[in-house]
Design a binder for this molecule. Structure first.
Ligand SMILES: C[S@@+](CC[C@H](N)C(=O)[O-])C[C@H]1O[C@@H](n2cnc3c(N)ncnc32)[C@H](O)[C@@H]1O
Length: 293
């Protein structure tokens, strides 16, 4: 029986041959080696569709030529950025997994402040690793402005948001969001911290200025070594895209990136079971946090 052949075509763009199993394996190896993101067989269609669009845009002959470009092209690092844009899932919103922010406010931050204030004015360094378009680190900024600064007047916070996708970081820096992103925010937050216009919600400068955004690849050991002395790391909803080996590597590095007494928060559907036993597990209502003791 003849198999149906999928040919990717868009109006005005040339069509390209389907992604062969051999090329799929070579492309996924390249992506995995550089990012830790692993595409299982059942996600082949996703890679085919996403890279197919890029290949058509570049008017290349197919996936093999694209891999050559990624490996040997004169602008291979620029193309790597486009690849990251194509293969990452960037879903996020303000106050995603709200109970984790409650635990930050009610337990983790008070505990860290108490430990630090015996030696001077407390300062917390908070890293939102894989922050996508910025809603996660900005939620921490809102938490500070709304709930913490009056309670701990001497407290200062440094908030860093990083991601492997340069394009989401541009959006994050602008701080301009649609309905989907702000759907969990109470109307008084929208009024107080955003300017509305053209159907969008623009963060006011004092909130935007609290967060610094940087490009960073969690799977790059050299880049990981540059990130030290954090009190809180949020690395949520990204480990799910890694395989066991890359999860183990990344979580071991995150452990080193934390100060003693610091906390790691991961996504709801993620677990460190079988990945790291270095952390002390702290269970709270509806959430778990991982402490470096
Ligand atoms: C689903 S979003 C999670 C956003 C946010 N942390 C949240 O939970 O709402 C996953 C993000 O991980 C980023 N990412 C994937 N692989 C990465 C890597 N190796 N290093 C840094 N960021 C990565 C993607 O670009 C994407 O923006």
């Amino acid at each position: 029986m003849t198999q149906p052949i999928t040919v990717i075509a868009q109006p005005g763009l040339s069509s390209i041959p389907p992604l062969s199993d051999e090329m799929f394996i070579l492309l996924r190896e390249y992506i995995y080696d550089r990012t830790g993101i692993f595409f299982p067989e059942k996600k082949k269609y996703l890679l085919e569709g996403r890279l197919g669009k890029r290949i058509q845009f570049l008017r290349l002959d197919g996936y093999e030529e694209y891999l050559q470009l990624l490996k040997y092209g004169s602008k291979k690092e620029d193309e790597f950025d486009h690849l990251c844009e194509a293969v990452t899932i960037n879903e996020t919103f303000f106050y995603r997994n709200e109970p984790q922010f409650d635990v930050l406010e009610q337990v983790i931050i008070p505990e860290l402040v108490a430990a630090k204030q015996s030696v001077g004015p407390p300062k917390l360094r908070i890293w939102s690793a894989a922050c996508s378009t910025g809603e996660e680190p900005y939620t921490v900024a809102l938490l500070y402005l709304e709930k913490l600064r009056h309670r701990f007047p001497a407290l200062s916070v440094e908030i860093v948001g990083t991601d492997i996708n340069a394009s989401v970081l541009q959006t994050a820096t602008k701080g301009s969001y649609g309905d989907y992103s702000v759907r969990n925010l109470a109307p008084q937050y929208l009024e107080k911290y955003f300017i509305t216009g053209n159907g969008r919600f623009h963060l006011k400068d004092p909130v935007r200025e609290m967060v610094t955004f940087q490009y960073h690849n969690l799977y790059d050991r050299g880049q990981m070594r540059m990130k030290r002395n954090f009190d809180i790391i949020m690395c949520r909803n990204v480990l799910i895209y890694f395989d066991m080996k890359s999860k183990i590597q990344v979580v071991a590095e995150l452990y080193n990136n934390l100060n003693r007494g610091g906390y790691l928060l991961i996504g709801y559907s993620e677990l460190l079971h079988g990945i790291s036993s270095a952390f002390k597990i702290k269970s709270f209502a509806k959430t778990t946090a991982y402490k470096k003791e």
